[in-house]
Design a protein around this ligand. Structure first.
Ligand code: GDP
Ligand code: IMO
Ligand code: MG
Length: 427
């Protein structure tokens, strides 16, 4: 299996860190690669009871022997990068080799400033971003005024690019948002201060990864964010500014689609979302509060409480379709052990009509009401189960039913946050 993609099938925080770790420890993985997003991500891995969170770094940085790669589609805050690396080293972690694409766009502190000001300006229509400057950095990239990692090694070019980027931005900041202008010198100085430490890590990551695949090495693409947060395929405008879907992996890595062997969608046994935007199965009652509490549903990056709801098979089928999933990794099945009966959304009712697939327009999606099918709960602790046969009968029925309605087979099931707490359904 030389090229494997792991990506989020819902609205993020599905357990992509755990799925990556599962693959990295059972298969022999040579490279773990981030291809989109930035330090808006928060991926958790629990090894021998020790909890680690990665944001900009791929969680493969914790896998001995694997090289970590930040590919060209990622937006890189050098400040966040070194803070994260230093944080891991301070905990005694032996961090793996790290490569950063020369093409990756840079997040400077002014991107975060603009992110926060824009959100405030949007008022009740705000997206609920992570405030990390992700949207403004991608906007600069698409506007062709972005600064790339390679630019940090030529002061003259860097200054020219920062001037171009700040030109329009400063008009906006001072005249629309009533803020102080950002000084070119300050930004250039800030970015130059990272150049020396960054330089040995920088390379052509597309060439590196394609050569690795040519040589039969195994590359794991660790997705961040998720399908429903994709700027093209998610719940626009309540999305992130990149393409976390499988197609985005190829663009972000500079690897062709014909090279990808397996695409794993990570999906929770229920649903969560952070930030604003439509969420058909969202619960506002005690069940929602209980899912939030039992699932520990608090954001790894921002500490915000996650909105919670039941499993949505329409979203799962949509994720199967737009990503061409080969498998699902179903996480957090253990959390559902508290319920006598578990509702699963199998379709939507939109303006009086039953709809089985993701509706074409956002307006319809905003009107979608879940049509539920009910499953018997197992009302027991399954966190010590290690094989599918160990699971209580009702849990097996739940997993099989989800597999039938979600459009792809369920490769494995998470029964706890720990590395060992995984049940492989289809080896
Ligand atoms: P990611 O962003 O997709 O990597 O997911 P997060 O790390 O933001 O959130 C997932 C949370 O669920 C983390 O706290 C994980 O440790 C935890 N987790 C992952 N899989 C399981 C599981 O199967 N059971 C339980 N109880 N927790 C899990
Ligand atoms: P991981 O990789 C959950 C959400 C934000 C907001 C929207 C836009 O841990 O699953 P942004 O800062 O990206 O412009 O915010 O996207 N969001 C996430 N939600 N998990 C994430 O990452 C997210 N990354 C961004 O909450 O609604
Ligand atoms: Mg997360």
């Amino acid at each position: 299996m030389p090229a494997i993609v792991v990506l989020g099938a819902q609205w993020g925080d599905e357990g992509k860190g755990k799925a990556t770790d599962q693959l990295a420890t059972t298969d022999s993985i040579d490279f773990v690669v981030r291809t989109s997003g930035g330090h808006n991500a928060g991926h958790t891995i629990v090894i021998n009871g020790e909890k680690y969170a990665t944001h900009l770094l791929p969680s493969g940085i914790l896998t001995p022997g694997a090289t970590s790669v930040i590919a060209g589609g990622v937006v890189v805050s050098p400040e966040a990068l070194f803070r994260e690396l230093d944080g891991l080293v301070a905990r005694g972690v032996e961090v793996a080799d790290l490569k950063v694409s020369a093409n990756a766009h840079v997040i400077a502190s002014y991107h975060a400033t603009i992110d926060k000001v824009t959100e405030r300006f949007l008022g009740k229509n705000q997206i609920g971003t992570t405030g990390r400057g992700i949207g403004p950095a991608y906007a600069d990239k698409v506007n062709r005024v972005g600064v790339r990692i390679a630019d940090l090694f030529d002061e003259g070019i860097l200054r020219e690019k920062v001037e171009a980027a700040l030109d329009v931005r400063n008009h906006l900041l001072t005249k629309v948002y009533n803020r102080r202008a950002i000084e070119v010198d300050t930004v250039v100085e800030e970015l130059l201060s990272y150049a020396e430490r960054l330089e040995p890590m920088v390379c052509d990551t597309s060439l590196l990864l394609n050569r690795a695949l040519d040589a039969g090495q195994t590359v794991l693409f660790e997705g961040a964010q998720a399908t429903m947060l994709d700027v093209d395929h998610g719940t626009y405008p309540f999305v992130t500014s990149s393409n976390p879907v499988a197609g985005g992996v190829c663009v972000g890595a500079g690897v062709g689609p014909t090279r990808i062997d397996r695409v794993i969608g990570v999906i929770k046994a229920y649903t969560t979302r952070v930030g604003s935007g439509p969420f058909p199965t969202e619960l506002f009652d005690d069940d929602g509060a209980q899912l939030q509490q039992l699932g520990g549903e608090i954001g790894v990056s921002t500490g915000r409480t996650r909105r919670c709801g039941w499993y949505d098979a329409v979203v799962a089928r949509y994720a199967s379709r737009v990503n061409g999933l080969t498998d699902f990794f179903l996480t957090k099945l253990d959390i559902l052990g508290a319920w006598e009966q578990i509702p699963v959304c199998v379709a939507y009712e939109i303006d009086g009509k039953r709809v089985d697939e993701m509706p074409m327009t956002q307006t319809e999606f905003h009107h979608a009401k879940p049509v539920y099918e009910y499953f018997e709960g197992w009302q027991s602790d399954i966190s010590d189960c290690r094989s599918f046969d160990d699971l209580p009968k009702n849990a097996q029925v739940y997993v099989q039913a989800l597999e039938e309605m979600s459009g792809s087979r369920i490769w494995a099931v998470g029964v706890g946050p720990g590395r060992e707490q995984t049940v492989v359904v289809h080896p």
